[in-house]
Design a protein around this ligand. Structure first.
Ligand code: NAD
Length: 255
């Protein structure tokens, strides 16, 4: 069996996930990207001993999650690193929040991380080594208006992470949740553009007056900052770091 670690990263065709995939590949891992969309950068990830591949996956379906892990295990022997990163946003007041969107959000952002963890766990236990990183949010810790599905799912991830950490601890498996505030990605750029239209102000004004209002540093976070944290948590130096929430919020929750 290969000694190269294999990282399965969901939602890595874009934004934060794409940066995580590139970083873990540069760290020497095989990377498997599971997403609805094909990543454009895949052909850039070239190395004679490592592989990078894309598995088209709809994470809202249980059978897709199961087939995904089975495929990775068959091809690489194990899922060594699991990064549950895929997500999406929907903004509307609680009373108007569509039930179908609520269900989909929980499926993609909470049930899929649970299922992938459940299916990958035996292979990690067998190897006595595993790293699970769940992409939470500042909205795993605090709430904002009109994002009830997202905030419920992201709070749920904290519970999933802590339980995973307890059950994996004796087997060399760590589980952590990263909680960023606003990171400059397509997910956030769409929200900024929508708010600019709703409020009738410029994109720059929305950034500074709305999105960065609670930020001490006053700047958007870059995807590389989050990917560096993932890289560290996957390293052997981080083997005692588990069950924890890693906040990258520019000081938002310090107040
Ligand atoms: P993004 O929109 O750039 O990327 C999200 C990816 O998830 C996309 O490639 C999308 O295709 C994929 N995805 C969505 N639904 C899917 C499904 N059913 N099956 C498979 N793939 C699916 O967003 P991003 O900003 O990079 O967000 C990545 C993660 O980081 C999300 O979980 C998000 O909640 C979290 N996050 C983002 C921010 C931010 O400010 N951007 C802040 C905190 C947390």
């Amino acid at each position: 069996m290969s000694i190269i670690k294999t990282a399965l990263i969901t939602g890595a065709a874009s934004g934060i996930g794409a940066e995580i995939a590139k970083t873990l590949f540069n760290d020497g891992c095989n990377v498997v990207i599971a997403d609805l969309n094909e990543p454009e950068f895949l052909s850039d990830l070239k190395h004679e001993t490592q592989s990078a591949e894309f598995v088209p996956t709809d994470l809202s379906k249980q059978e897709s999650c199961q087939a995904l892990v089975e495929r990775v295990v068959q091809e690489f022997g194990a899922v060594d690193i699991l990064v549950n990163n895929a997500g999406f946003q929907h903004i509307s007041p609680l009373e108007e929040f569509p039930e179908t969107v609520w269900e989909k959000m929980l499926q993609v952002m909470l049930t899929a991380p649970f299922l992938l963890t459940k299916y990958a766990f035996p292979t990690m236990k067998q190897k006595q080594w595993g790293r699970i990183i769940n992409m939470g949010s500042i909205h795993s810790q605090v709430a904002s208006l009109n994002k009830v599905g997202y905030i419920a799912a992201k709070h749920g991830l904290v519970g999933l992470t802590k339980t995973t950490a307890l059950e994996g601890g004796r087997f060399g498996i760590t589980a952590n949740v990263i909680c960023p505030a606003y990171v400059r990605t397509p997910l956030v750029e769409q929200q900024i553009a929508a708010q600019a239209q709703t409020l009738g102000i410029s994109v720059e004004e929305v950034e500074s007056q709305v999105f960065l209002k609670a930020s001490a540093t006053g700047r958007m976070i870059e995807p590389t900052e989050v990917a560096s944290m993932v890289s560290y948590l996957c390293s052997d130096n981080a083997k005692s770091i588990t069950g924890a929430c890693w906040t990258i919020d520019g000081g938002w929750t310090a107040q």
